[in-house]
Ligand binder design. Sequence first.
Ligand SMILES: O=c1ccn([C@@H]2O[C@H](COP(=O)(O)O)[C@@H](O)[C@H]2O)c(=O)[nH]1
Length: 271
Amino acid sequence: MTTNELISEIKKKQSFLCIGLDVDLNKIPKHLLEKDDPIFAFNKAIIDATHHLCVAYKPNTAFYEAYGLKGWKSLKKTIDYINTNYPEIFTIADAKRGDIGNTSSMYAKAFFEDLNFDSITVAPYMGKDSVEPFLAFKNKHTILLALTSNQGAFDFQTLNVKGQDLYKQVLETSTTWENSKNLMYVVGATKAEFLTDIRKIIPHNFLLVPGIGAQGGNLQDVCKYGMNDSVGLLINSSRGIIYASNKEDFAEAAATKAKELQDQMSIILNK
Ligand SMILES: O=c1ccn([C@@H]2O[C@H](COP(=O)(O)O)[C@@H](O)[C@H]2O)c(=O)[nH]1
C-alpha cells in the first residue's frame, strides 16, 4: 500500500486507529478454546466487527511465535484474511527485526513477500546496512523504533551522544539512507511531550504511536504535538480494545471501544 492510499483511507474512515492483535489464549473468551484455531477465530471476529473503524491492524508476532508452528499458522491465516477481505487496511508486523544485511533481507522477504504485510517494525541498533534491505521493497514500509513507550526507553534512547539525544540521531541519520521515503517511526504515546522536537526532524513521516489505552498515553496530547498536514499518525491500542470483554460479546465490546477512539479522532480531524 502506498502512503497516499493510507492517507485517503484515513480521510474516508475519519480514523487513524490501528488495532493491535496481541492474542493471549489466557485472555480470550473460554468458548473459543474449543475451536480448531482459537487465535484465528478470535482475530476474525475482532476484524469483522472493527474493520470500518480502523485503518490498520498490528499483530505483534511475539503473541504468535509463543505458540510455535500453530501460532505462526494463525498469524498467516490472520494476515491472509485481512488482505483478502479488507485489502484497504494497512497491515503492520510488529516483529522488531534487524540484523546483518543478508539476514535482514531474509526477514524482509518473510514479512513482505511470504506473509505480505505492508510494513514491519525494525530496530535501528545495527545501523544502515541492517535497515536498508527492508527499505528496498517498493510500496512496503519500514517502521523504525525511535522513542519507545516503555520506561526503559530512557536507558539508551535519550542518552546524549556527541551533543544530541540518541533517538534524534536515529531520526536524522535514517533520513539519509537509501529509499528513506519508505520509513515510518515508532514513538510511544507516553512520550507525547517529545513529539514537537521529533516533528522538527521528521515533519512528513508517519509515526506509529503505541501506548494509548493500557499504557495510559493521551490521544489529545499525541495529536496536538505529533499530527502533520497529512495526519501522519497511526495510533495503536491493543489490550484496551481486544480485551474489552471476555464473554460471548467480546467482538461487539471491542467495536464499542474502537468506536470511542474513532469518534475522538473524527472530532480532531475536523477541528
Ligand atoms: O514502543 C513500543 C513499541 C511497541 N509496542 C507494542 O505495541 C503494543 C501495545 O499494546 P497495548 O496493549 O495497547 O499496550 C504491543 O504489541 C507492544 O509490544 C509498545 O507498546 N511500545
